[in-house]
Design a binder for this molecule. Sequence first.
Ligand code: ASP
Length: 348
Amino acid sequence: MRFSLWIGMVILMFISCQSDQKETQPTSSTQPEQHEYAIAIHGGAGYMKPGMFSDSLEKAYKAKLKEAVTHGNQRLADGETAVTAVKETLMILEDSPLFNAGKGAVFTHEETNELDASIMDGKTLNAGAVAGVKHVKNPISLAEQVMLNSKHVMLSGKGAEQFAEQQNIEMKDADYFFTEKRFQSLQNAKSADKEQASLLSEDHKFGTVGCVALDQKGHLAAGTSTGGMTNKKFGRIGDSPIIGAGSYANDKTCAVSSTGHGEYFIRGVVAYDISAMMEYRSLDLADATQKVIQEKLKELGGDGGVVALDHYGDVSFEFNTSGMFRAYANDQDELEVGIYQNNNPGDQ
Ligand code: ASP
């Protein structure tokens, strides 16, 4: 009896020693590297394949992505806030006719351009958004003004433009937004009535733009800007200006910008869902984005992807289409630019 008690105590001591060892195991080998700052962008997700664009067009896309991400990264290196870096980076993409935002926006059924944008500060959970504006050169800068200088989160249409004028935001006549390529896409979509299938075809000019950034103070921000979907009607608004669907940032978890078929991103509350997976289920960024884009969004029937950044400055480009225009840069001077699925020719 005494002997078996003694054996029992020895076993107990052994078990408790083992579990102590487990708890004190160093975790540093699994901890991701902490970047001082980092930035990532997307220029839209879609069914692009190697060989689909001419060499010169592919080069032009990559050059613009590189210019934008390099600018944002430099601003972060200079000590700028994540919010400013996101805004300025997106303005470069909005000014390019290559992307479906600002100057390159797609056309509505009525042959107008209606622009949507949102921005969110992960430090304060402050946010601003605009929807259906027709004359604002850089909708992302108006979204920032809504966040900083109004009591509201989202303004739309004429009211948003009145506010833009009060804030001295640059306005343009409607013809500034005209590009032959987008107009042709609208004609194609109309003639074949491809409204529903447009994201799956070449006529959907993928090209919504999004940006996420981590600044030197450890704050995250996210922003998204778009012309929406070709041939949209009835004042349709997608996910891009909707906080939690198109953009979300929270210093506790991550910053996310979405692109794809907006109706599904709204229903899936995609950007917030990724953050919630990290906050409530302790998933890391890669697992959270994978779960939401490859499982939950797909089950709903949604096409598209996200760019997301966590507080380590690690990036996730997750998309369930064959491509997503994208780029990443950080404090280590790492620079990545890609279009197709990983390892496809054409990616750098
Ligand atoms: N998400 C955008 C929208 O539905 C379009 C896109 O990202 O391509 O308006």
